[in-house]
Design a protein around this ligand. Structure first.
Ligand code: ADP
Ligand code: F6P
Length: 495
């Protein structure tokens, strides 16, 4: 079911909902899918409210007037209904963009917010680039608000900022809109964890950052813990008055609401994909698949997971030729050193294990370094006996939810790290600390040998919860925090 908003929306995110590329035959610009959780969740509301989307196109160009192509007539993705006139591409010089994205976003905030401060760099020039790029996003957002005011003269547009790339844009947007006498509502949603004060205070410009986020009226995090961490930081660093019970922060004579809003997936879409996906080819009918699906990122705990599998093979030689680990890893942030090093470490480790345990008919690890289609992904989810979702730290983790939605056949088992946001609510998964290799290996063994009754019972509960709390539930709850929930949707949230 669609979700409706009473205000037209401007979504502001680092990336546009599709990337732009050049057609090798015609040389013309074409849309390429870069669907992730954010796009699938948010694009339909922007389409529905005839809203706008401000973001980077994936091209390094300074041409502000580039012609955005319309969607291909066969496009089935959530962005197919988005007209080119609804998209405002941000153009930033390549060096500044790299300092902002590779430098500040991915080499500072990503590790810091995942509580891995030893991996974080703190450099003034990268932070300056972040400021500059946020100002540019803010400038374009004000243009977007002006446009919406022209097409919807009586409305108060809702500006929705996304993720750790956009933490400084709010105050610039607000000041400019006030100057132009354009009332707006403004919200922020963080797609990654928010760390504790002890970690946050390591960032040399933490006060500016917190004040930036507090420029919004409503701030959303996945879970209570992240909300409470943020409130704590506001109180201790900025001296704000706070109410932990109501989750409110007072700042500059404004009251800002802090909201736990666990993001989710389009559940029914995954069920449908799973119902028609082709069968996964196995070595033999008895073979059990263990599945990992992740961006290749050090927060995902891939090395710990593969080591646990190695321990399992050592402890249980009888699993030879009966169990295969299928790891799908999508290349990510390949310009950042930490990601390049992880790729090398993983290549070596997988090579070593396959070298040691393979037989003429079987290799214990099947490793795909690349993207797979949605159909293929749904087939992997459906036909795997066990999904191993064991990040060292993760804001939510949608893979755990997608696996559960696609379990339309023989019920499998979800192994889940308690350090993912999803670990808070998915109680019927087997929870394991990814740092405890031995325990981890035993948990995989338990999952592989779990009786059918127990698998069925656990999976039934997991599926019921995810079906109810799908992505539309998330959207409705978000719109409620900014008082933009339409009457049609109110019953869904309150009822
Ligand atoms: P993150 O946002 O940190 O990447 P999530 O688990 O929340 O982690 O979301 C990852 C999304 O990317 C999921 O929707 C998943 O289906 C998709 N994905 C991950 N790996 C692949 C892959 N190799 N091929 C296609 N899609 C992938
Ligand atoms: O989940 C966090 C996030 O940064 C999302 O905003 C983004 O869709 C995803 O990870 C992939 O990251 P990137 O845009 O850097 O490739």
């Amino acid at each position: 079911m669609q979700v409706h908003s009473t205000s037209p929306i401007v979504v502001v995110a680092n990336r546009l909902p599709f990337c732009l590329g050049t057609d090798p035959d015609t040389g013309k610009l074409i849309r390429k899918q870069c669907a992730g959780g954010l796009v699938t969740a948010v694009a339909p509301v922007v389409v529905e409210t005839q809203g706008l989307w401000v973001g980077w196109s994936g091209l390094h160009t300074e041409d502000e007037n580039m012609e955005i192509p319309e969607a291909d007539p066969n496009d089935q993705s959530p962005t197919a209904g988005l007209k080119s006139s609804q998209v405002l591409p941000v153009t930033v010089p390549k060096k500044v963009f790299s300092d902002y994205y590779n430098g500040c976003c991915n080499a500072t905030f990503w590790p810091l917010f995942h509580s891995m401060p030893d991996r974080a760099i703190f450099q003034a020039d990268k932070w300056e680039a972040y400021r500059e790029v946020n100002r540019e996003f803010a400038r374009l957002t004000v243009e977007a608000v002006k446009r919406l005011r022209e097409s919807h003269p009586d409305s108060v547009p809702l500006v929705w900022l996304h993720d750790y790339h956009m933490m400084l844009a709010a105050n610039t947007i607000r000041e400019k809109c006030d100057e132009l006498n354009m009332p707006i509502k403004m919200a922020f949603f963080l797609h990654i964890p928010f760390p504790s004060w002890d970690i946050m205070r390591l960032f040399p410009w933490d006060d500016e950052l917190l004040q930036g986020v507090l420029g919004c009226d409503s701030i959303g995090f996945h879970i209570d813990d992240y909300c409470l961490n943020f409130i704590d930081c506001c109180q201790r660093r900025l001296g704000c008055r706070v109410d932990r019970q109501q989750m409110l922060v007072e700042h500059n004579s404004r009251t800002v609401s802090i909201n736990p809003l666990p993001i989710s997936i389009p559940y029914e879409r995954f069920v449908q994909l799973a119902e028609k996906a082709p069968k996964v080819v196995k070595n033999n009918p008895q073979e059990q698949l263990l599945l990992g699906v992740d961006r290749l990122d050090y927060t995902k705990g891939l090395v710990h997971r593969i080591r646990a599998f190695e321990t399992l093979l050592e402890k249980h030689p009888e699993l030879k030729e009966k169990v295969t680990f299928l790891q799908v890893a999508v290349p990510s942030r390949t310009d950042v050193k930490e990601y390049q090093e992880l790729k090398e470490e993983l290549d070596q480790l997988i090579g070593k294990i396959n070298g040691q345990f393979s037989t003429p008919n079987w290799s214990p690890i099947r490793y795909i370094y690349g993207c797979v289609s949605q159909d293929q992904l749904a087939a992997f989810y459906r036909d795997s006996s066990v999904a191993v979702v064991t990040p060292l730290r993760d804001g939510m983790n949608l893979v755990a939810k997608e696996f559960v939605a696609c379990q339309t056949g023989e019920p499998g088992v979800l192994i889940l790290s308690p350090f993912a946001g999803a670990g808070i609510s998915m109680h019927e998964a087997l929870h394991v600390n990814p740092y405890e290799t031995n325990e981890f290996a035993d948990t995989i063994y338990r999952a592989l040998t779990m009786p059918k009754d127990e698998r069925e019972m656990r999976m039934k509960q997991l599926r019921r919860r995810e079906r109810e709390h799908d992505v539309n539930f998330w959207l409705r709850n978000f719109l409620k925090t900014v008082d933009c929930l339409s009457d049609v949707d109110k019953s869904e949230v309150l009822g």
